[in-house]
Design a protein around this ligand. Structure first.
Ligand code: SF4
Ligand code: MG
Length: 326
């Protein structure tokens, strides 16, 4: 099964003042298959959003992608010019962000924005684009689509605006959809509706979806695989069922612990103490060592490697030993 997205050894650093280097993304590799939803989960500061922005080549100074490859199907895109990337964003990669008010232009009607998007990427005239825009609005469940097309973003509710964003994101039939906290600004019932819609669109168009979220509860229902990030690195990766029911990394356990009743079998650790260290000041060893209840001598000396344990991958000395002993 060919990947729609393949990221290999991605490193995005920010060169701050006083020779400080923030290793926001530090050697991240993963892939997304067509029709698959991969969720990247972590607290704020884990590097998940910077990973998404790096894939789309939206990193600005003092940030820089210093290493790694990003492949869309078989094409490497990390060295494209900004003009070439503009063609890919919106066309091959659809994007949905947290607050649609900031991504939708308040001075243009909904219709104008979708039509502009279609005309930028597809050879369609205005009339054809308008017909397609109405069709898209209906597809994402917007009632009165023929009227909404002439309305402005502020006239819609948050949930409806996010539906418009989804309509725009899928308007050019992207192979990959990147959704960064797509429902965080919405209330719980609307959240579920938007995630259901994303799921439906993914299946209908057989897209790969990269879902970025701080909420591991959200992904359990919608993702196929989960990648847990901490300190700019992947600390655990597996299927939803593996991550939820055979949780390995102490950080993942901590994230799950903060959810009520998601997993009855998990050892209770209590909430994770402390906060993510800043990316310019990571510990030398395991980046979770400053907060980990299991910290051992070796943890503070060198970063553990991401190691295969059955089908999962985990970056923790508790599991590296297990592997070595076998
Ligand atoms: Fe905790 Fe050590 Fe594992 Fe890091 S390597 S998560 S400090 S046990
Ligand atoms: Mg973020």
């Amino acid at each position: 099964n060919e990947s729609v997205l393949k990221v290999e050894n991605l490193k995005t650093y920010f060169y701050l003042e006083k020779e400080k280097v923030a290793k926001a993304v530090d050697g991240v590799s993963f892939h997304v298959s067509p029709g698959e939803t991969v969720a990247i989960v972590g607290e704020s500061g884990s590097g998940k959003s910077i990973t998404a922005l790096s894939i789309m080549q939206l990193i600005n100074k003092p940030g820089e992608i210093i290493e790694g490859t990003v492949k869309l199907h078989n094409d490497e895109i990390q060295n494209l010019t900004s003009k070439q990337m503009t063609k890919i964003r919106g066309n091959d990669i659809g994007m949905i962000f947290q607050e649609p008010m900031t991504s939708l232009n308040p001075v243009y009607t909904i219709g104008n924005q979708i039509i502009e998007m279609l005309r930028k990427h597809k050879k369609v005239n205005k009339q054809e684009a308008k017909v397609k825009a109405i069709h898209l609005l209906k597809l994402v469940g917007i009632p009165r689509a023929e009227q909404v097309i002439d309305e402005y973003p502020h006239q819609l509710s948050g949930g409806m605006r996010q539906r418009v964003m989804i309509a725009m994101a899928i308007s050019c039939d992207p192979k990959l959809l990147i959704a960064d906290e797509p429902t965080t600004a919405l209330d719980v019932t609307i959240q579920a509706q938007i995630l259901d819609l994303l799921q439906e669109m993914k299946e209908k168009f057989h897209m790969g979806v990269l879902l970025i979220t701080h909420d591991i509860g959200v992904v359990s229902e919608y993702a196929d695989r989960i990648i847990v990030m901490y300190g700019g690195q992947i600390v655990e990766e597996g299927t939803v069922s593996e991550i939820l029911h055979d949780t390995k990394h102490p950080y993942t356990r901590g994230l799950l612990e903060s959810l009520p009743d998601i997993n009855e079998d998990i050892d209770r650790l209590g909430t994770i103490q402390g906060s993510v260290p800043p990316a310019y000041d990571f510990p030398i060893g395991c980046r979770f060592s400053t907060r980990c209840p299991y910290v051992m001598e070796e943890c503070i000396q060198a970063i553990p490697k991401l190691t295969k344990v059955n089908n999962q991958a985990v970056r923790c000395y508790l599991y590296q030993e297990e592997v070595v002993k076998k």
